[in-house]
Design a protein around this ligand. Structure first.
Ligand SMILES: Cc1cc2nc3c(=O)[nH]c(=O)nc-3n(C[C@H](O)[C@H](O)[C@H](O)COP(=O)(O)OP(=O)(O)OC[C@H]3O[C@@H](n4cnc5c(N)ncnc54)[C@H](O)[C@@H]3O)c2cc1C
Length: 503
């Protein structure tokens, strides 16, 4: 290879983190080839079409669209030319077992009306004050962690000045801060459950994770017209149009290396592909364990990066609509603290979990036949351990409890109305995407274990190995992995363009 020629880059995985890195690198002139084990791009952003129903298998809430727009802009294009997005109102409908129902709106006057249902005249003031605190945390974290791609505590200390460091709320947990500031039990459950965006526990996440409501209350909540999967298709179109080579049904089974340098990858068909730089969108721990076959001592250095939770994902098509539901709904556990402790501390399937329920036909009637309903139900449950996992019957029993809970909380007749059903357990999620223990958001955000940091973008062991996606900073969720792909491309370019210039 001549000195002036751009380094060749291989990416393992065409999830949104992989596609974002591929696009950002191709824009900078690097030849990029992506190898994806499945037969389509998008990773966990996936779709199931069945008998006239179209289910978004993974993500159903789009937030922070400016990080997607920025990706298109990097390529000199407009996101609107490939993907149409629209806002969803209300943001969430919240159902409690005592019959209380309250919506979240971005519009303050609508929000005021909703809060008045909770019987505390001071709640609007407390809520608005809480949103101001959330916005401050968001702005602080955005400056460095999001925008500069900080990876470690040391990066934080060198980027932020001391006054700002002290303002970052790592002093207590997310839940304790919510409880202290809001006091109302319904609102505490609701604001705590914003932690769902990273599959963690409000009892263990640091206070600054209370930045999450700002994601919705400042930037709104969005749907992708025609179904969420159109976002993956749009990114695929953009990538291919700027020369990214995407190979599907191409599983990587081994990474070949010498002591501290990656040589290339081997595919399941036996072929070897040399590379100058490797980016893994396969999660960090599975990549080190399965593809690099690292020893136990090295693997222990990754112990702080425990997986985020997994989920039981139930897709049901019903023969009648359930108008009680909004597009996004939450059915709260009677005791949400117990739910968090059972899933994240005991590692057991909860008896009565909080449920996230999506009924997208309110915004997009094309997702089911007329007169029917398309409903996805997602309780967070533990990721798979190396041993001692629940038997299949335990997931089936949870499915039954979920439907009973929804019937009890206002959706009478739901069970009898089901005409099609599809269920994913953590085993299916792990098998399809090779995520760590079937995790759905990458690495857990835990104040003590990792300070809510994920793995760094550059390998500590191999000088030309980088990572992108939910297990890497700034972490899980679609906008964050798309930002991660852009940040990793910038880090690569900074390192290699500087080296080339110095020659
Ligand atoms: C049920 C569910 C609901 C969710 N809800 C939301 C939501 O509402 N909003 C939101 O923002 N986020 C949500 N998420 C999270 C979001 O989907 C993820 O954070 C994000 O899509 C992860 O992207 P990624 O690129 O990190 O990983 P992935 O999407 O997992 O992509 C990794 C890719 O690498 C491929 N791969 C792995 N190993 C290999 C190998 N050895 N060889 C070749 N290819 C390989 C996989 O097949 C996969 O395509 C949800 C996730 C799930 C599962």
């Amino acid at each position: 290879m001549t000195q002036n020629k751009k380094k060749e880059i291989i990416i393992i995985g065409a999830g949104l983190g992989g596609l974002s890195a591929a696009i950002s690198l191709a824009v900078k002139g690097y030849p990029v080839c992506v190898f994806e084990k499945n037969d389509k791009v998008g990773g966990k952003l996936n779709v199931l079409e069945k008998d006239g129903f179209s289910f978004d298998l993974g993500p159903s809430i789009l937030t922070l669209p400016h990080y997607f727009r920025r990706l298109w802009n990097r390529a000199g294009r407009r996101m609107e030319d490939d993907v149409t997005i629209e806002t969803v109102t209300p943001h969430w409908r919240n159902f409690f077992e005592d019959g209380t129902v309250v919506d979240l709106h971005m519009d303050p006057s609508e929000m005021k009306k909703e809060l008045s249902k909770l019987g505390d005249p001071d709640l609007e003031r407390l809520f608005n004050k809480f949103l101001k605190y959330s916005a401050k945390q968001y702005d602080l974290i955005e400056q460095g962690y999001f925008e500069k791609g900080l990876d470690t505590k040391r990066d934080f200390i060198s980027f932020y000045d001391w006054k700002d460091i002290l303002k970052i709320d790592y002093w207590t947990t997310m839940h304790k801060r919510v409880k202290k500031r809001l006091k109302n039990p319904y609102l505490i459950d609701i604001m705590d459950y914003f932690i769902k965006y990273v599959g963690s526990s409000a009892l263990r996440a640091p206070g600054f994770m209370n930045l999450m409501p700002t994601i919705q209350f400042r930037y709104d909540l969005w749907y992708v017209k025609g179904g969420m999967y159109n976002l993956a298709l749009g990114m695929e179109r953009l990538a291919r149009s700027i020369g990214v080579d995407i190979r599907l049904n191409a599983e990587v089974i081994e990474i070949e290396k010498d002591e501290n340098h990656i040589l290339g990858i081997r595919l399941v068909d036996g072929s070897f592909h040399e590379t100058d730089i490797l980016v893994s969108n396969m999660e960090v721990i599975p990549a080190y364990e399965k593809l690099l076959k690292e020893e136990e001592t090295f693997m222990h250095t990754l112990d702080p990066f425990e997986p985020a939770c997994s989920g039981l994902v139930l897709h049901i098509g019903t023969n009648r609509p359930f108008p009680q539901l909004a597009h996004h709904n939450f059915f709260y556990a009677k005791d949400q603290e117990k739910h968090f402790r059972t899933v994240f501390e005991k590692g057991e399937i909860p008896e009565d979990p909080t449920l996230y329920v999506v009924a997208p036909s309110r915004t997009d009637p094309s997702v089911c036949p007329a007169g029917c309903d398309n409903i996805k139900i997602l309780p967070h449950i533990p990721y798979l351990k190396k041993q001692g996992n629940p038997p299949p019957e335990a997931y089936q029993a949870l499915r039954d409890r979920i439907l009973q809970k929804m019937e009890r909380t206002g959706l009478k007749g739901l069970k009898d109305s089901i005409i099609i059903e599809d269920m994913w357990t953590p085993v299916d999620i792990q098998k399809r995407y090779y995520s760590n223990g079937g995790s759905i958001y990458g690495v857990v955000s835990d104040r003590k274990k990792n300070f809510a940091l994920k793995c760094p973008k550059k390998s500590a062991k191999y000088n030309n190995l980088f990572f992108t996606g939910g297990s890497v900073n700034p972490g899980g969720g679609m906008p964050m992995v798309v930002l991660c792909g852009q940040n990793v491309a910038d880090a690569i370019h900074e390192e290699y363009a500087d080296k080339a210039a110095a020659r």
